[in-house]
Design a protein. Sequence first.
Length: 504
Amino acid sequence: MKSFSASLLMSLLGLTAPAALPQPDLIAKIHFAGAQKISADPNATAFTNEFSSPEALVLREQTATKLATWLSGWLQSNQTVSVPDGAMRLHPLFEDLQTAEFFFEAQATANRKPEVAIAIRLNPAQAQLWRTALRSFFPGASFKSSGAWWVFDSTPDQSGLGDHLAQELSKPPAGWLDLDVNWPRLAQWYPELKELGLPETQFKITAPDGNFRVDGKFLFPQNLSLNLEPWGVPTNIINTPFDSFTAVRGFASWYQSQSWAQPYQLSPTPNQLFVWSLPGLPFLTYAAMPVPDPSAALDQAMARLVPQFSDANNRDAFLSAITPTMGTNEISFAGTPFVSPRLRALKTPSGKFLLAELFPNISRGKPLPPELFQRLATPNLVYYHWEITASRIPELLHVTQLGLMLTWHKQLQAESAAYKWMQRAGGRLGNTDTEITQSGPAELTFARKTPGIFTAPEMFVLANWLEATNFPGYDIKMPPHSQRWKQSRQQMRLLSVPAPAATH
């Protein structure tokens, strides 16, 4: 399932002239300080809340089991070895990777086979376990000690990556987590990543006080083509107090290039988006896009939406029949339970907009805080997001679960480990502040101050991913509708009455 906001965050944005990546052979480079070391830090409260609670430990164990099973199968397939008890051998290694400090590096080599090296702090018993497990998958691997460290190199005869990593141990980074992932290079081995168009990503996570600091860069293979026109904030539409606010601009060329977005294109393509939510009822979430002619944009939207909901194949993608209907300056959607979604054309003193809403926009008559405009005045700002995470999570729970149900995807189960972790960790999180600025022709800079690493939307995406049956894949689709159910829904449509609930 495509998520516009998630894709926008990760794929940003339209591309034109070439610009080389700084480390073309790099696949990934990671340093993690380890839960044992972090827990001894006086500023570890945020880490403990998010990653060391009883709920987090259950989720960590579940994820380690899934990763061990997946990696065992992948390595046996790609290394042409047979290790019948491979998952059992790898599982303790994933447990150590959570608690012990380690460095990881993977690089592409001349023969197009990646070389992987890991340096990790282990006691002798753990080191022997690692040696036995990894050599069953990598018969030619080396495993050497370097002081308190043990260094594994998958193919030492290629480039000596393990020896290089051992030399780096004397100057470890200061962050709790440092990573550099070259997604374009990684996509050569995982073609599924290509459609996301992710740039090389560098992040550093520190905790100088009770909050996390997440700083990073997105390094694109080509120069960005961004039109950072002045913000057109819908000041007459946004009501306060809100508990989340998002503003993004400059995405028009990127959006035009996305194949999944072609059926929904408007002309001219909107170049700014504002999303906010109000506390209280679960569905008080709104989105506004500045457009030059709201009525013409609404007519275009109706022309684009009707085929999407009337096509037989698309109809089967929804739990119930949804029908867009044009009214006076608005499109409504019949057949959606619990909410009354509308797309409205608005002309206001602050500008002209298309407004999407799940519930009628509630006017509370309070002005927008001046701090908001101060943040939007940040030079070259592309993306800004602020939220009260603890408040936003229960609201998003209703919105996302309804969305998953209506689009025939698996809902996140209340008894699942990821759901329980999200409820426990998220309920203790306060203000999260994120901004992305353009800092170079092919570079975006990311900065976040937060009591938890993830925002509420990111936690929902992560929780659903961790619970996906094909993890680390992300297939959360429900099984296809039965023929009997399709026939029954068609009969109900002809009778103009609501369709029955799905049964298989």
